[in-house]
Design a protein around this ligand. Structure first.
Ligand code: HEM
Length: 409
């Protein structure tokens, strides 16, 4: 763990739990929330807020709490289009039979991703390709390139790991980005029709690609080819749902892994100290950078988690933590408020809890470590460009932002 603690500017605490996601240092506020208001209704947000560990566990395990509002698996703005069809098939967005049918399958397949030496080499190549493409997309401004890289690198790395041909990485990234933007747009009070239409086109393109990957377009010996082979022998499997969920792995990765990479880079920038580096050769330097990257990613998983909160919706009246909730009530589940213990193996609540726990924890950590290593290898002066206090304006995911202006959608 990085020992020294960088001095952060003194700013007023966040006004509420949603504002905490983009606050320079929300952790004292979270601690106080968990201690004094572990489960309460916040009238300013119109939401129940669960922040204490017992409340978090109770909500995430309660059978009346669904991941989407009752009867509205697909947001109204996305319905009647390819993005809506895709969204409605995701394990992340379903409870009950649809979730139970696909989650164990997906979990087992993701558990088969092993980070052996050859894999790390492939991910390193993909991360370097992301670095080069961030340069092509953003030009010479180092902060804009870094903002681009933290989103692009995890998608390229996941694509490489699953077996997507490298000629498709740029297009996959563009489609994933457009689809994630459309999902965010659909949650706004007045979604822009053009952003939603782009989302439908991206969903069509991404799902068609996923279909081709599972239909022999991926190279032999890859995860995708093995997944297709296993699926072909499983009569109970819904192949359309599998295709949607393979595409969904990329959208799940987009923001969450970007947060892990970006928050790690900020942490490194803040703790950078002008030490005398002993003369070591290139290979030793790569190994040293990888070790620093792994340690920093693991600190961020515990102490500055990317996914700060998630939501649950009451499908039936329920009493949770001695509070009476009505059908239709919504709960903000503040995962980042659960304290991390001192142990390095503790991952706090960063990857969720209960039936919807993230099945991508291990690949996410490896992908992020390779992303951070790539920046360390490039010898970018992080202390000069990455120490700021800005975050992308998102409601659930905390992603350090390095350029003054957010990159255009
Ligand atoms: C830093 C990286 C990541 C973080 C912090 C993260 C965190 C989370 C969290 C908190 C949830 C649970 C949401 C809820 O209960 O409402 C979740 C679900 C999920 N994550 Fe991740 N995730 C990360 C990366 C990934 C990656 C790389 C993949 C796949 C390759 C992935 C696949 C999924 C899937 C499929 C679900 C839905 C599981 C379900 O609903 O049963 N995640 N993730």
């Amino acid at each position: 763990m990085l020992a020294a603690t960088a001095v952060l500017p003194t700013v007023p605490p966040p006004a509420h739990a949603l504002a905490a996601v983009v606050h320079p240092n929300p952790y004292a506020y979270y601690q106080s929330l968990a201690a004094h208001r572990p489960f309460d209704f916040d009238a300013s947000l119109g939401l129940w807020v669960a922040a204490g560990p017992q409340a978090l566990a109770a909500v995430l395990r309660h059978p009346a709490c669904g991941v989407r509002p009752a009867g509205a698996t697909v947001p109204a703005a996305l319905a009647k289009g390819a993005a809506g069809d895709w969204f409605g098939a995701l394990v992340r967005m379903n409870d009950g039979a649809t979730h139970a049918a696909m989650k164990p399958w997906l979990k087992a397949r993701l558990a088969s991703l092993h980070a052996d030496g050859a894999t790390l080499d492939r991910l390193r190549d993909a991360s370097q390709a992301a670095c080069a493409d961030a340069y092509l997309a953003q030009g010479d401004t180092p902060t804009a390139r870094l903002d681009d890289f933290v989103f692009r690198q995890p998608i390229y790395a996941l694509a490489a790991w699953l077996g997507v041909p490298s000629s498709q990485w740029v297009d996959v990234y563009d489609d994933v980005r457009t689809l994630v933007a459309a999902m965010a747009e659909s949650a706004k009070p007045s979604p822009r029709a053009e952003a939603i239409a782009r989302g439908h086109r991206a969903a069509t393109a991404l799902c068609q690609r996923a279909m081709r990957w599972l239909d022999n377009d991926a190279a032999p010996g890859t995860w995708l080819r093995d997944t297709a082979r296993i699926a072909a022998h499983d009569d109970a499997l819904d192949h359309a749902a599998l295709t949607a969920n393979v595409a969904g792995l990329f959208t799940q990765t987009h923001d969450a892994c970007a947060g892990l990479v970006a928050n790690s880079l900020r942490r490194l920038a803040r703790h950078a100290s002008p030490t005398v580096i002993p003369a070591i050769d290139g290979r030793q330097m790569l190994r040293a950078n990888l070790a620093v990257a792994i340690a920093t990613v693991s600190d961020v998983i515990r102490l500055d988690p990317p996914v700060q909160n998630t939501r649950r919706f009451l499908h039936a009246p329920a009493v949770i933590g001695e509070r009476t909730l009505a059908r239709g009530d919504a709960i903000l589940v503040v995962l980042a408020a659960a304290p991390a213990s001192a142990g390095p193996d503790d991952m706090a609540w960063t990857f969720g809890h209960g039936a919807h726990t993230c099945p991508g924890r291990s690949p996410a950590s490896t992908i992020a470590a390779l992303g951070v290593q790539t920046i360390l290898d490039s010898e970018v002066d992080l202390a000069a460009i990455a120490t700021g206090t800005a975050y992308h304006p998102l409601g659930n995911v905390r992603i350090a932002r390095f350029h003054e202006e957010a990159p255009a959608d």
